[in-house]
Design a protein around this ligand. Sequence first.
Ligand SMILES: [Zn+2]
Length: 207
Amino acid sequence: MSTQPDGPGVVPTPDGPLVETPADHPGEADGLGRLWTPHRMVYIGGQDKPGDASASQCPFCRVQGGSDEDGLIVARGRTVFAILNLYPYNAGHLMLCPYRHVSDYTELTVDEAAELAAMTRTAIEALRAVYAPQGFNLGTNLGEAGGAGIAAHLHQHVVPRWSGDANFLPIVARTKAVPELLADTRARLAAAWGAPSQPSDGGEDAS
Ligand SMILES: [Zn+2]
């Protein structure tokens, strides 16, 4: 539960628990429902995009000041950090972002671009150690026309993939099945982040 009940994204309900809004967490709403218990009390359902492109409206900027657990931050580098997507395509779907509120790849400094590339490798290694995926999608959507949900703050997706993970549910039911809570995903990836490469201990086929 948030330690800031009066924070900008927390909506008090008459008698019930506090409910956060998804706008407090980074992610690109895709209109799909998800078959899981949402992260803490976040209500996931709307197209809660930032009101404008300023840093004060930006969830990638806002989460930097809070705890890793509250913000679903997996790792913090010098200039770049790793954070879970509130709207994961698969378990372990994370994003790498510069701390600075910049929107275009060409605005990254040489240092930021280098650390983004290095953290991409670390992310792949951590995801392999925890989930043993069979493939990955790496990508950045630049601009709203490019498909970015939060276009004002550059973020690169790292999506673990398995054969057959694009199943019928998104087509027939607009629903994704995500078999792990985000808090658990964050803890597992944070523990594996930067650890020496080793075979998966989950019994999955890591070949
Ligand atoms: Zn930002």
